[in-house]
Design a binder for this molecule. Structure first.
Ligand SMILES: [Zn+2]
Length: 214
């Protein structure tokens, strides 16, 4: 007997398949029948996942695209001056922090809340050290950055001035004291460069002619 096939009646599918056939299974047959829609749904979910991960990456990736420093024009040779020379060039507070490894009082520095785009340079020799794109609000009272412009501009040393080991950071060109680096910073580096405002100058993004340092 020939059964009339109605497109919304799928019972013929099961009846036409022998009982020994593994395809005689309601679930498998329905999956096959709706395969086109399942593929469409899978494709949509893959596109959605990709878009979400791209959004996430954009939120966490360092945005260093808007400030670039041409280091080919900057002399990284050491600058050596006598303490007398430094004393004549720096204010008393600058000399205390930069040359005597002092610390400015928290929340008193010029750059703690500075949100302008630009470059932070060494107060003593004007070497570019940090950009505003890596500055973050740490709540500590000192300007904080998650990474320097490039690792070659920073020197590190261990100090025990407070009775325990800390990693001191200095300008690699003049060896002026900047502050310390700690491992409780945000992504992407997990580092917190805690820097004295007094050790820094700030050059707004528009003023690109950074001094060479001599
Ligand atoms: Zn310097």
């Amino acid at each position: 007997m020939i059964k009339e096939i109605n497109y919304i009646d799928d019972s013929y599918l099961y009846e036409s398949i022998p009982s020994w056939c593994p395809e005689n299974n309601l679930f498998i047959i329905r999956i096959k029948k709706h395969m086109r829609y399942i593929i469409m749904l899978l494709a949509l979910s893959i596109v959605s996942c990709k878009t979400n991960s791209q959004d996430k990456a954009m939120k966490t990736a360092p945005s260093t695209d808007n400030i670039t420093i041409d280091f080919s024009k900057i002399d990284l040779s050491k600058i050596t001056k006598s303490e007398k020379e430094w004393k004549s060039e720096l204010t008393d507070q600058e000399y205390y922090v930069i040359r005597e490894k002092g610390t400015e009082r928290a929340f008193t520095g010029d750059y703690v809340s500075n949100k302008k785009d630009g470059v932070y340079t060494c107060k003593a020799c004007q070497l570019p050290l940090f950009t505003s794109t890596t500055k973050f609000k740490s709540g500590t009272g000192w300007p904080s950055y998650y990474q320097p412009i490039k690792k070659e501009v920073i020197l590190e040393d261990t100090d025990h001035l407070l009775g325990y080991a800390r990693t001191e950071v200095m300008c690699a060109r003049c060896e002026g004291h900047l502050g310390h680096v700690f491992s409780d910073g945000p992504a992407p580096t997990g580092l917190r460069y805690c820097i004295n405002s007094v050790s820094l100058d700030f050059v707004e993004k528009e003023k690109t002619n950074l001094r060479s340092g001599n």
